[in-house]
Design a protein around this ligand. Structure first.
Ligand code: SF4
Length: 352
């Protein structure tokens, strides 16, 4: 199988090119990738000159095709546009274009896996089970297709679609590097957010590698037994281990830790959660992103009422914890669990 250009950094491309053109230069690899990814010209035309033999080697030796879009679903209530893609092997994945507050600016929510192995109790993707890891180019290609069709600029990317990004660590980090590269997606590193449900070894690795991408950890409960019921991953790495990893991340980066909290009515909005969270992250500056779930659910969970949410926010603010209510994608017509839920995807997979 030929390597795909969208998953490569210039030095990767140069190494591969040199098997065909031994004196290929890094500048040529950079220019070719800028044409292919930054400027979205799959025929590698235009831009600053590249020797004919080098361009021919890139055209012959590397794949440049897109993911196939099989459905676009717009949600008029929030302006989000959901894409359903079919990969070469038939795997279905989603991305969502999300309008930002600044007019004409968008972020893209990307999938890192087809399906997901984490089996979070409130997540439709978790119920699909694990399909496979996406390759780096398949992640980058999601953004490229969305960007091509956006009536403005794509200035951010969030790994919060299908899959647990740190379960596909190498491909996700490679994709994030390509997305941030001047010859690649040209998205600022700090505008690329990687979420995790709490894979502690990978959080530690991410910290040790010194990435400047943003990290969000889905906590959703600070009470171990409750969290284990919601997020089975908590049975593997408990809250104390997770908190240690977050403390180390803060100490290494100096950054405030961002905690995501999927608000589940009657489940995780009580004062005991706030007390447990404050105790768990004692001494670690953190902020919390609250994520609403959809009303219409078949899994027994419900959206937190306004009163539950407001009381939870008040309790957090009494502790001076910054609270952000995240833009909740697709609430109007589709499920939204914070990570993308995939009812439509499940229907399509059943039908195929
Ligand atoms: S919430 Fe995220 S990590 Fe959990 S099952 Fe869903 S996609 Fe996977």
């Amino acid at each position: 199988m030929r390597p795909h250009l969208y998953g490569l950094l210039p030095e990767d491309l140069l190494t591969a090119l040199r098997s065909r053109v031994p004196d290929a230069r890094l500048g040529e690899a950079r220019r070719l990738l800028a044409r292919a990814v930054a400027e979205d010209r799959a025929d590698l035309s235009g831009g600053r000159p590249v020797r004919t033999a080098v361009r021919a080697a890139a055209l012959e030796g590397f794949d440049r095709h897109d993911l196939e879009v099989i459905e676009r679903i717009e949600d008029p209530t929030d302006g989000s546009l959901r894409y359903l893609f079919r990969c070469d092997d038939g795997a279905l994945v989603e991305a969502v274009r999300i309008p930002l507050l600044q007019p004409g600016h968008f972020t893209v929510c990307l999938s890192s896996q087809a399906g997901c192995a984490m089996a979070c109790d409130f997540c439709a993707t978790g119920r699909l089970g694990f399909g496979r890891n996406l390759r780096a180019w398949e992640i980058v290609a999601q953004l490229m297709v969305v960007r091509r069709e956006a009536p403005g600029r794509v200035t951010g990317a969030v790994f919060m679609g299908q899959g647990e990004p740190f379960h596909n660590y190498d491909a996700v980090i490679q994709a994030a590097r390509v997305l941030a590269h001047p010859c690649g997606g040209r998205v600022a590193q700090k505008a690329i957010t990687i979420s995790t449900v709490g894979l502690v070894p990978q959080i530690r690795r991410f910290t040790a590698e010194g990435h400047r991408f943003r990290l969000i950890v889905s906590m959703t409960s600070a009470i171990q037994e409750r969290r284990r019921g919601l997020l089975p991953v908590a049975g593997r790495w408990d809250l104390a281990e997770l908190a240690d990893a977050l403390r180390a991340h803060h100490e290494a980066t100096g950054a405030r830790v961002t905690v995501a909290w999927v608000l589940l009515g009657g489940v995780n909005t009580d004062p005991a959660e706030v007390e447990a969270l404050a105790a768990l992250l004692d001494g670690v500056p953190f902020k919390i992103n609250l994520i609403d779930v959809n009303d219409a659910r078949a899994d027994g969970y419900r959206r937190a009422s306004d009163a539950e949410r407001d009381a939870f926010i008040d309790a957090l603010q009494a502790l001076r914890v910054p609270v952000v209510r995240r833009f909740s994608v697709g609430r109007g017509r589709h499920s939204a669990c914070g990570m993308l839920a995939s009812r439509r995807l499940a229907e399509l997979q059943d039908a195929l």
